[in-house]
Design a protein around this ligand. Structure first.
Ligand code: PAZ
Length: 312
């Protein structure tokens, strides 16, 4: 009998641009693996669950992709190349600083008829210049690959394709699974084709459990990689026990737990042997420190130890 996750792939089509993304992933992974690079696959943002095939309505997730976008910048700083598997239109590394009106407000328009020019306001140059320099260096070195998903099914297909390409890296690959993936969905064969009509009365929507991909990911797809998953809870009393259950069940290396309201300033690292908190003080936050700086530094240290341990 096929397992739950195999059945999911057998009954859900890949996204329409799947083959293009698979080619890009393969080319990116092969190119950097030849140079002996460490690589991080970062998943970021929330998946959607469509309620119709021609989707007008869907169930969404709160995540803006902040954790993933910031972490990608720190992994790049540590010399990793990065696959950034993210929700379409969620935050991205580097551009995250300029969302909304912020970018427009940095610019000045000099309207001189046919010789109109646009410049960066002098007081914004100091902000923009270092970010732009890092962005350009990463782009010119081809060190980041952006791949996007929208639905939970897109995410499943792209995650497996990325893992197939990462397997060749063995312990040099980190999987940093920060995306907020739906736990519940409506299977494709139970979706109406067209927009649900209110005239038909109250809809009866039956959600099913999404298969847990960590199981095949850790045991079959990238068995030699350093896998880090995130766990979000709203009830503090459940966090550590749920993180530990996940480690015991899937046998990966690290779970980083966080609580919805405090996730910007506090996380807990849970390993098979211990657990410890990483906390930012109010003052550190006011000084612009980002918790992802410490999270990624700690993950990189553990990854280095892991690579060393695999040599003996
Ligand atoms: O995207 P964001 O910065 O708003 O939130 C990050 C997060 C809470 C989604 C992430 O840290 C996380 O916990 N991801 C896993 C969620 C889960 O338990 O499935």
């Amino acid at each position: 009998m096929a397992s739950h996750w195999e059945e999911f792939y057998a009954t859900h089509l890949p996204p329409s641009d799947f083959e293009d993304n698979r080619t890009l992933l393969k080319e990116f992974c092969d190119r950097h693996n030849k140079c002996g690079q460490r690589i991080a696959l970062i998943t970021s943002g929330g998946t959607t669950v469509p309620l119709e095939h021609n989707t007008v309505r869907f169930v969404d997730n709160f995540s803006a992709g902040t954790r993933g976008a910031i972490s990608a910048e720190y992994f790049l700083e540590h010399g990793y190349v990065v696959i950034f598997l993210h929700r379409l239109k969620s935050l991205e590394p580097f551009t995250r600083y300029f969302s909304g009106q912020k970018f427009m407000d940095m610019l000045e328009l000099h309207d001189r008829g046919p010789n109109t020019t646009i410049t960066v306001k002098p007081d914004s140059v100091d902000v923009l210049a270092p970010i732009l320099a890092s962005y350009k260096a990463v782009q010119e070195g081809g060190r980041i690959l952006y791949v996007n998903f929208t639905t939970v099914s897109d995410y499943f297909w792209l995650l497996r394709a990325a893992c197939e390409c990462l397997a060749a890296y063995g312990p040099k690959a980190v999987l940093y699974l920060a995306a907020a993936v739906s736990d519940f969905y409506v299977p494709s064969n139970q979706l109406p084709t067209h927009k649900m009509q209110s005239g038909a009365g109250v809809p009866n929507i039956q959600l099913q459990l999404v298969p847990k991909l960590l199981a095949p990911l850790v045991s079959l797809w990238v068995p030699h990689a350093f896998v880090v998953s995130f766990k979000l809870e709203t009830d503090e009393t459940l966090l550590i026990s749920k993180a530990r259950d996940s480690l015991n069940k899937y046998k990966h290396k690290l779970v980083i737990g966080n609580i919805l309201q405090t996730r910007r300033s506090k996380v807990v690292f849970v390993t098979p042997d211990n657990s410890y908190e990483v906390v930012l003080s109010r003052e550190q936050m006011l000084n612009g420190m980002e918790i992802e700086d410490t999270i990624v530094s700690n993950v990189v240290l553990s990854h280095t130890d892991f690579i060393q341990s695999q040599k003996y």
